[in-house]
Design a binder for this molecule. Sequence first.
Ligand code: LLP
Length: 420
Amino acid sequence: MDHFHTQNGVLHCEDVALPTIADAVGTPVYVYSANTFRRHAQVFREGLKDCGRVHLAYAIKANPNLAVLRVLADEGYGADVVSAGEMARALAAGIPAMDIVFSGVGKTRDELTAALAAGIGQFNLELEEEGEVLADIAAAQGLVAPAVLRVNPDVDAGTHAKISTGRAENKFGIAIDQALAMFDRLAGRPGLNLRGVAIHIGSQLADLAPLEAAYSRIGRLVADLRAAGHMIDRVDLGGGLGVPYRPDDVMPSPADYGAMVARVTKGWDVELMFEPGRVIAGNAGVLLTKVIWVKPGVTSPYVIVDAAMNDLARVAMYDAYHDFVAVEPTGARMMANIAGPVCETGDTFAMGRDIDVVASGDLGVFRTAGAYGATMASTYNSRALVPEVMVDGGRYAIVADRILPETILAAERVPEWLDT
Ligand code: LLP
């Protein structure tokens, strides 16, 4: 459930009419509902109520806006970060360092050093050498790095290939059959407190079965590790729960997910870590856009909107579906293609779709754009970097400015040798 609804014929985010935001901030613009973020955070936590000791680390990559992080920090969420930049955001939002998990297959030595200095709560190790380097950096400073080993369970998550992470050939994690031996080699090192294992098999998972298979494998590994004398008190189950993008999509609910987790992890006696991203952020945001032209097409007209693939990359990158609705629908429908102004055929949001009738100057939104939306934006075609607005009840605020092309141009230089 989200807080985007039509009131007197006009789409609102909570109590704010979207045309008000378009008039004040311009378009395209991302609009977030603070109360939807809060609700999703609470529903996810509630779903895990029978799972014993639980730590929630919101996967910042889904939506790293500082105001969003503050809302989630107030809900008691920690953070899953994958770069020094994300770590800095989590800390700036007031998330305690101890509640931060550092994931990622390419943490640099500088990032490991900075995260150690910050005192983060968990490093998710991706390879043996990373564990050795981290242990050495920590030991040299008289510190002990809390860590878990990310394991690749070789499970097909059944999602888009570009967001699948748990198959043997993917770049992530340590092959599950090598994990025990690697644990043996790393666990005794001074500077390292190797206390558990982690997995994350992919994103936008529409089915719990692959997650259950992966969790069961990890459960057997935990038993093997304990049998070998290792102290295991943490298992990180990652993120990945899918959200509905199409009106008729049915996804497992956080309650379904929690019931599965409770069943599979019964008796593990560990602190369970979770890294939800999309399920918290996805339906908490829309991309508000204005129709520039309705251009006749061979079969259907092209609705050319002022948002483009640089603002919302998911369609071009993953063939993703984002529902499009008019902000002030008349009730009439049309078959149309929807595209942005960028000079690529890939800058097409929909082909031959049944949508609300819109005309030049009308506002519309792409729904379910709160996760992996603004954060993946670029300035391709020298377009502005899209701004973000947060609504909270009847209030709203710009929480990220529109970065104008002239600001980006001002950061570029012509070397003097070309300046003759
Ligand atoms: N933990 C780890 C280690 C991850 O790699 C990810 C996502 C998450 C947690 C959060 O997963 P979620 O709960 O959001 O599914 N840009 C793509 C999604 C990439 C996901 C990458 N990893 C998209 O727009 O669909």
